[in-house]
Design a protein around this ligand. Structure first.
Ligand code: FUC
Length: 782
C-alpha cells in the first residue's frame, strides 16, 4: 500500500447531522406467514426455542402438534455400553509410521487399507441396524398434541413466525368466534410458553406422546410431569407442563382435559440428567432444575413472561437492522413468495427475512449455558436422525457459527466454546492413541460424550484438523470483541493445546516443507500425503496463536516455535490448469464438482489468501471455484456465497445466494447435490441442516462488510441487485460496529463505532483511510 493513499482523519462530527439512518423506522415486516397449517415437520412446521429446548409447531386447526426436544437428550455414550471408549483405538499410532511410509512410496491403496483398519475410530453396535451404535444420536423428546374441540371451517387462517418479537402465532375465525395461539421460548424463564385464546368458551384435550420409556407420570397442582429414560443408556429426563386456565381441568386417561376455557396457558419445561463433563457425562439434578423453573413461573402472568422474553430477545435481535430495498410483498404467504422469487420476482424483503431468520434461529437455540447448535440446531423430531444430528467438524459445526460475531450475537457463540473446552481432555487421549502426539484433536463426527476419535469409516471420518478449525472461532471471538480476558482464560489455552498437535504431526517432505501425512481433504479424493486444507488450517491456527502471544505478551518460546513451523508449512500452490491445488500433488480434476471445497479454506474462513495480498492465489481460487460450479448441497452453496464475496464478486455471490433460496420439497431432491430452502425457509442439504441458513446469513454480511485483512472494507462485494440499502449494527474485527447507507450501489453514509482512541483503517473501493475513534465513540463517513 502506497503511503499517499493513506489519510489520517479524525472526525468529531455530530452523528445525527449526517445520519441518513436517523430518519429510519424499525422494520415491521420481519414475518414468515402461511395461510394453512403445516403438514410436514421438516419442510413446513415453524421452529422456536429457548436455547435449551427446540420446538416446532404445526398450527393444525383441530389438533395442534408441538414437537420438541432438549439439546442434551442423546442415546449412546459411556452409559450405553461398558465397552464405550470415546471412539479410541488403543495404540493405533503404532501403525502411523507404516501408513506414512506407504504414502511416501506412492502405495496409496495399501496406505488406505491399513489406515482404514487401524486409524479409524471404534463404535459398538449391540443391535443389528443400530446405525450409530454406542456413538448415539440426538433424540426427540416427543410431541404435545392439543385437541381443540370445535368443528367448522376456519376463515382468515394465519400461521406465522414474527421475527421482530421472537414468537409464533396461529389465528383464525370459526362460526363467528375468534381463536388465537401464541408460542414462545423464553431463555430467562428456561421454559416454553404457549397461549390458546378464544372468544368462545372452548374445550381442549392435551396429550404428550413420547418415543421413550415412561418411568413415572403424574398430574399434581396443575402440573403434568412425565419422567422417562432413553432406552440404551438410561439417560433420565423429565418434561413438565404447567396448566393455567380459566376453564376446568381434569387429568384422565393420560390426557389433560380442559373445558370451558377462554384462555389456556401451558408452561413447558424439560431437562435431563446429562452434564457436559468428561468422562461420565451425568449427574445433573434435572428434577430440581425443572422445579426451580416452574417455581419461577409461579407468580407471573403470561403477559409478564412474554414481556421478559421479548426484552431478552430484542436485546439481541434489534442490534442489527438490514434493508435491501423495497419490501412490498409481505402480504403474500412465505411459501408463495419463495416460489415467485425463484421464478424471477425480485423480493428484497424475503432476502432480508432470510438473513434475520438465521439470527432468530441462533438466539432461539444457542445461549450461554446451553448445548451448542447441532446439525439441526435444536430441532430434531427423530430417535434416529440424519448423521445422528451431531456436531460435525469438517465444515458444518463451524459454519453454524459463522454469523455469530459479524451479525452481532457474540454471546450466542459461547456454547461452542464450552463444548470445545469439554473436548480437550478426551481429545488429548485421542491425539495420544492415534498419533502419539501432544495436543487435542477432534475429527469429523462428535457426540456429547467425548467422541474425539476419527470416525469409524476412514473416507468421511478421518479429519484431525477439526479442533484447529474450531480454534479459529475462539480467536475470532477475541478479534471481534477484543475481550482480552476471554483470550487469556479460554481462547489461548484451547488454541495452544490444539497447536501442539500440529507441531508434532506435520512431517518434513523431500523439499523441506512441512506436510500433513496421512491426510484426507474432507470426504474427497482419498488418503493423501499433503491435503491443502490441513496445511491451511494449521497455518491459520499457528498464525492466530502468534498474534495471541503478541496481544497477551506471553509464551515467547512457544511463539518462536509456532513462527518456525508456520513458515515451513507447504504454502498454497497453483497447479497445471491455474487452479489452487487441493493436494500437494497436482492431481485436481477440472471436471470434479464435489460439494466440499476444502482447499479454499485459506480464502474463507481463513485469511491466508486475499485479493489484495495474494492476487495470484486468489485468481487460482477463482479458477477452482469456477470448475466446481454453482451447484451444491445447502451448506456448499452457502460456502460458495462467502467465497465469491471474499473474491469481491458480489453478483456471483448473489447468484449463489439465490440458489440457496430456491424452493425445494421433501422429495425430488438429491442427497448430494440438492440445496435450497423448504417452505419454512430451513435449509435443505437435503435433508434439513441448519448450517446452510447460518452460512447464507454470514454470506450476506460478507458482501456488505469484511474485516479479515485488518482493514474494514465497506461494501466490498455489493451485488447490483441491492441498489439501495441500509444496514445497522454489523460487527467488524477490532471491536467495531458499522452502520451504512448506500444509494445506486454507492456508499453515501457510514458510522463506525468503537472505543475512543482505537485506531484502524477502512477501505472504500480503492481508497484506504486511517482513522481514530474520537471521544464521542464514532466516526461518520459521508
Ligand atoms: C459432512 C458433509 C455432508 C453432510 C454431513 C452432515 O460430512 O460432507 O454433506 O453435510 O456433513
Amino acid at each position: 500500500m502506497k503511503n499517499d493513499t493513506f489519510r489520517l482523519i479524525l472526525f468529531f462530527s455530530i452523528a445525527s447531522m449526517f445520519s441518513c439512518s436517523s430518519k429510519r423506522t424499525k422494520d415491521k415486516h420481519l414475518e414468515l406467514w402461511y395461510d394453512k397449517p403445516a403438514n410436514e415437520w421438516m419442510t413446513e412446521a415453524l421452529p422456536f426455542g429457548n436455547g435449551y429446548m427446540g420446538a416446532m409447531f404445526f398450527g393444525g386447526v383441530e389438533k395442534e402438534q408441538i414437537q420438541f426436544t432438549e439439546g442434551t437428550l442423546w442415546s449412546g455414550g459411556p452409559r450405553s455400553n461398558t465397552d464405550y471408549n470415546y471412539g479410541n483405538r488403543p495404540e493405533a499410532w503404532k501403525n502411523l509410521a507404516k501408513v506414512r511410509s506407504l504414502l511416501d512410496e506412492g502405495k496409496t491403496n495399501e496406505a488406505h487399507g491399513l489406515a482404514s483398519r487401524e486409524l479409524t475410530g471404534v463404535i459398538h453396535k449391540k443391535k443389528e441396524g443400530a446405525m450409530f451404535g454406542d456413538y448415539g444420536a440426538q433424540q426427540t423428546m416427543g410431541d404435545l398434541f392439543v385437541e381443540i374441540k370445535h368443528t367448522g371451517t376456519p376463515v382468515n387462517y394465519k400461521r406465522e413466525l414474527d421475527l421482530t418479537s421472537g414468537e409464533g402465532r396461529v389465528s383464525y375465525e370459526m362460526d363467528g368466534e375468534s381463536y388465537s395461539r401464541t408460542y414462545l421460548g423464553s431463555y430467562p424463564a428456561k421454559a416454553m410458553a404457549y397461549r390458546f385464546e378464544s372468544s368462545a368458551k372452548t374445550n381442549y384435550s392435551i396429550a404428550y406422546s413420547s418415543p421413550h420409556k415412561k418411568n413415572k407420570e403424574a398430574f399434581f397442582n396443575s402440573v403434568y410431569s412425565f419422567q422417562g429414560e432413553v432406552e440404551d443408556n438410561r439417560m433420565q429426563f423429565e418434561t413438565c407442563l404447567k396448566v393455567d386456565t380459566d376453564g376446568d381441568v381434569i387429568f384422565e386417561n393420560e390426557k389433560i382435559n380442559v373445558s370451558g376455557a377462554r384462555y389456556l396457558n401451558l408452561y413447558h419445561v424439560a431437562a435431563t440428567d446429562y452434564t457436559l463433563q468428561f468422562p461420565e457425562y451425568t449427574g445433573n439434578d434435572f428434577l430440581a432444575n425443572n422445579k426451580i423453573a416452574l417455581q419461577k413461573l409461579e407468580q407471573k402472568s403470561f403477559d409478564e413472561i412474554r414481556t421478559i422474553h421479548q426484552k431478552d430477545y430484542k436485546n439481541l435481535f434489534e442490534r442489527v437492522e438490514l434493508n435491501l430495498g423495497e419490501n412490498s410483498r409481505d402480504n403474500i404467504p412465505a411459501d408463495r413468495r419463495l416460489t415467485e422469487y425463484a421464478n424471477g420476482m425480485p423480493d428484497p424483503g424475503l432476502e432480508q427475512i432470510y438473513f434475520q431468520y438465521s439470527r432468530y434461529l441462533m438466539i432461539a437455540a444457542s445461549r450461554p449455558g446451553t448445548m451448542p447448535l447441532n446439525l439441526q440446531g435444536k430441532w430434531n423430531n427423530s430417535t434416529n436422525p440424519p448423521w445422528a444430528c451431531d456436531y460435525h467438524m469438517n465444515i458444518n459445526q463451524q459454519m453454524l457459527y459463522w454469523p455469530a460475531e459479524v451479525a452481532n450475537l457474540d454471546e450466542c457463540h459461547l456454547p461452542l466454546f464450552d463444548y470445545m473446552e469439554s473436548l480437550v481432555e478426551p481429545g488429548k487421549i485421542s491425539a495420544k492413541e492415534f498419533f502419539n502426539s501432544r495436543g487435542w484433536i477432534v475429527n469429523t463426527m462428535n457426540n456429547p460424550f467425548g467422541f474425539t476419535a476419527p470416525g469409524w469409516g476412514f473416507p468421511w471420518g478421518f479429519f484431525p484438523g477439526g479442533a484447529a478449525w474450531l480454534c479459529q472461532h475462539v480467536w475470532e471471538h477475541y478479534d471481534f470483541t477484543r475481550d482480552k480476558q476471554f483470550l487469556e482464560e479460554t481462547g489461548f489455552p484451547l488454541m495452544k493445546e490444539a497447536a501442539l498437535f500440529w507441531l508434532d504431526y506435520l512431517v518434513e517432505d523431500e523439499n523441506g516443507y512441512l506436510v500433513s501425512s496421512p491426510s484426507y481433504s474432507p470426504e474427497h479424493g482419498g488418503i493423501s500425503l499433503g491435503a491443502s486444507m490441513d496445511h491451511q488450517i494449521a497455518w491459520d491456527l499457528l498464525n492466530n496463536c502468534i498474534e495471541a502471544c503478541n496481544v497477551l505478551g506471553i509464551d515467547d518460546e512457544f511463539k518462536r516455535q509456532a513462527i518456525k513451523v508456520r513458515d515451513k508449512i507447504l504454502p498454497p500452490t497453483i497447479g497445471s490448469w491455474g487452479q489452487l491445488q487441493e493436494w500437494k500433488k497436482d492431481v485436481d480434476d477440472p471436471n470434479n464438482k464435489h460439494r466440499h471445497v476444502s482447499h479454499l479454506y485459506a480464502l474463507h474462513p481463513g485469511k491466508q489468501i486475499t485479493t489484495k495480498n495474494t492476487p495470484d492465489l486468489s485468481e487460482a481460487a477463482k479458477v477452482s471455484l469456477n470448475a466446481r460450479g454453482d451447484s451444491g448441497t445447502g451448506w456448499s452453496l452457502a460456502w460458495k456465497v462467502n467465497f465469491w464475496a471474499r473474491l469481491k464478486d458480489g453478483d456471483r455471490a448473489y447468484k449463489l445466494f439465490k440458489r440457496l433460496l430456491r424452493p425445494t420439497g421433501q422429495k425430488g431432491t438429491d442427497m448430494m447435490s440438492g440445496g435450497g430452502s423448504y417452505s419454512n425457509l430451513l435449509c435443505a442439504h437435503p435433508p434439513f441442516q441448519l448450517d446452510g441458513n447460518m452460512g447464507g446469513c454470514a454470506g450476506i454480511a460478507e458482501m456488505l462488510l469484511q474485516s479479515h485483512t485488518g482493514t474494514l472494507e465497506l461494501l466490498p462485494a455489493l451485488p447490483t441487485a441491492w441498489k439501495n440499502g441500509h444496514v445497522k449494527g454489523l460487527k467488524a474485527r477490532g471491536g467495531f460496529i458499522v452502520d451504512m447507507d448506500w444509494r445506486d450501489g454507492v456508499l453515501v453514509w457510514a458510522k463506525i463505532t468503537g472505543n475512543p482512541g482505537v485506531m484502524s483503517k477502512y477501505r472504500l473501493e480503492n481508497d484506504v483511510v486511517e482513522f481514530e475513534i474520537p471521544e464521542n465513540g464514532n466516526i461518520i463517513i459521508n
